[in-house]
Design a protein around this ligand. Structure first.
Ligand SMILES: [Fe+2]
Length: 240
């Protein structure tokens, strides 16, 4: 008689990974970008976060040429959300900065919302998924020269970045990686999943985020898609 042992798989939600989790990347601040559109929906998301055990969240609205959010407006919206939300999830405000033509001016003006402990001066930054910025490495060096630590948003999603050169070079420069936990379910495609898995095995992931834009799609990814036992084990070890 042969015995088949099926591999253990988990949904992210079912794996217990969200118990005590800090979400380092979200678009929950309502009505400021392509994320959650209004206050009522933002409160629903936060209620759901509370239910699944997420205890802290960084609100990281887009700041880019196409979505030119001003720091003062984001702070005001954040205060409105703080006043409206009465639940247990701890909220923090930062932003996700696109490394485009408008970024350097903000950097020169120190007009930036940092992420993480204040003294670390970390900045969550992204690029286009498809095309590299004109000079990515010079911009990274400039950010560091100004005293900030770049935390690259979802590095696994950039299709122009290659294993052999880009990622190792960024790591060697001291760039920190924030990966989207849902990449591991394959919702962004096989390549993003493969890259995430590779970063995870190498211990290259500093922090995890959801990059949530809509509750429905997030809920689908974390309850209807699966990760392996080994992946779950590695994810638990990512300091978060
Ligand atoms: Fe994002």
């Amino acid at each position: 008689m042969s015995v088949f042992i099926l591999p253990k798989i988990f949904s992210i939600e079912g794996s217990g990974l969200f118990k005590g989790f800090t979400d380092w990347h979200s678009h929950i601040l309502p009505g400021v970008d392509d994320g959650i559109p209004d206050m009522e929906s933002a409160l629903q998301v936060l209620e759901y976060y509370g239910q699944i055990g997420i205890c802290e969240v960084w609100l990281t609205p887009h700041v880019m040429e196409d979505i030119p959010n001003e720091t003062a407006d984001l702070k005001q919206r954040f205060d409105e959300l703080l006043a409206a939300y009465k639940g247990p999830v701890k909220l923090h405000l930062a932003a996700e900065y696109m490394l485009d033509n408008g970024f350097e001016q903000r950097l020169n003006d120190n007009d930036l919302l940092c992420i993480g402990p204040k003294e670390n001066k970390m900045l969550l930054v992204e690029t286009s998924y498809i095309n590299p910025p004109i000079d990515l490495y010079s911009t990274i060096a400039l950010i560091q020269k100004k005293g900030y630590k770049p935390l690259l948003a979802h590095p696994e999603r950039y299709i122009y970045m290659t294993d052999g050169s880009d990622y190792e070079r960024l790591r060697a420069m001291g760039v920190l990686f924030q990966c989207n936990i849902t990449s591991l379910t394959g919702i962004y495609g096989k390549e993003a999943r493969r890259k995430f898995s590779s970063f995870l095995s190498k211990g290259w992931i500093q922090v995890l985020g959801t990059d949530i834009h809509r509750l429905e799609s997030f809920n689908y990814a974390i309850t209807q898609k699966y990760i392996s036992y080994r992946e779950r084990k590695l994810l638990i070890n990512v300091e978060n």
